[in-house]
Design a protein around this ligand. Structure first.
Ligand SMILES: Nc1ncnc2c1ncn2[C@@H]1O[C@H](COP(=O)(O)OP(=O)(O)OP(=O)(O)O)[C@@H](O)[C@H]1O
Ligand SMILES: [Mg+2]
Length: 281
């Protein structure tokens, strides 16, 4: 019911479609800076695309388990999780859980076990490509796979970068936003050179934009000058409904589909979907 209500409010005429890509798009949502909106972006884009007919998998690759919480997927100790896939080669299909209330959306949760993976991976064979192998063994099921990264550039994030074709970088509209981005871009370049030649920073999303400040505007201009058309037209405003939604185990798309947070994530998802079909033409 909530999913239907969300679609009716976000897309009342039903005119907006989110075309499905020809091949699975694996998107790594990364920024080693903490609290910039990686998880919020992963959850809300995934729900928006799933509500509009795409088959979507979210892989929670952060030991904090925030994406699992946001999608209301059980992730207490003992639940099979992404750790089992990375360290013990358990197939993703055995670990993925359907997200309640959102057809076409699945989540591979993270439990606290994942906190040890960063260290345990060091001595594992093919340690950088464990996630890539797990995803490759689960082909054809999904239109989108979103990987929610932790705020670091360690082996978990490297696994996500090796597994993905695209990187989506959320950038918070604040003063230090661009600091540290060089380090992320350098790491992406290293992964491209040595492990995943087709990796592309395809999408930049400006998050937590506060229209009342001139600073937000200046950051937006900076980011647009630097990254050009990789930056989505849609900008996510700072919106209290966005931050309330996870405590109800919901995305803002279903929690308050009329809010500015929901409509802007809806627009961002639509842009991403349209770019995906343009590029494959
Ligand atoms: N557009 C928004 N408006 C208001 N609050 C937001 C918005 N986006 C995110 N938040 C809040 O900001 C905090 C950080 O967001 P989020 O957890 O998505 O960032 P993150 O980059 O995943 O963090 P981490 O680096 O810890 O994984 C959360 O409390 C979230 O609810
Ligand atoms: Mg997060």
């Amino acid at each position: 019911m909530e999913a239907m209500r969300a679609v009716q409010i976000l897309n009342p005429s039903g005119e907006v479609t989110m075309p499905r890509p020809e091949r699975t798009r694996v998107m790594c949502v990364a920024n080693q800076k903490g609290g910039v909106g990686k998880t919020t972006t992963t959850v809300n884009l995934a729900v928006a695309l799933a509500l509009h007919g795409n088959r979507v998998l979210v892989i929670d690759l952060d030991p904090q388990g925030n994406a699992s919480t946001g999608l209301n997927v059980p992730h207490h100790t003992g639940v099979p999780d992404v750790y089992d896939c990375l360290i013990d080669s358990v197939p993703l299909a055995e670990v993925a859980q359907g997200v309640e209330g959102i057809p076409n959306l699945w989540c591979v949760p993270a439990t606290i076990d994942l906190a040890g993976a960063e260290i345990e991976l060091v001595s594992v064979v093919a340690r950088e490509s464990r996630l890539a192998r797990a995803i490759a063994a689960y082909p054809g099921h999904f239109d989108y796979v979103f990987i929610d990264c932790p705020p670091s550039l360690g082996l978990l994030t490297v696994n996500a970068l090796v597994a993905a074709q695209e990187v989506l970088i959320p950038i918070q509209c604040e003063y230090y936003a661009l600091e540290g981005l060089n380090q992320l871009i350098n790491n992406i370049n290293l992964v491209r050179q040595h492990l995943n030649p087709s990796l592309d920073v395809s999408t930049i999303l400006l998050t937590m934009y506060d229209r009342r400040t001139r600073l937000a505007d200046a950051v937006e201009q900076d980011v647009r000058n630097h990254f050009g058309d990789k930056v989505l037209q849609a900008v996510i405003p700072r919106n209290v409904r966005v931050s309330e939604a996870p405590s109800y185990g919901q995305s803002v798309m279903t929690y308050d589909p009329g809010s500015r947070g929901a409509t802007s994530y809806f627009e961002a998802a639509q842009e991403i979907a349209e770019r995906g079909v343009k590029e494959s033409r």
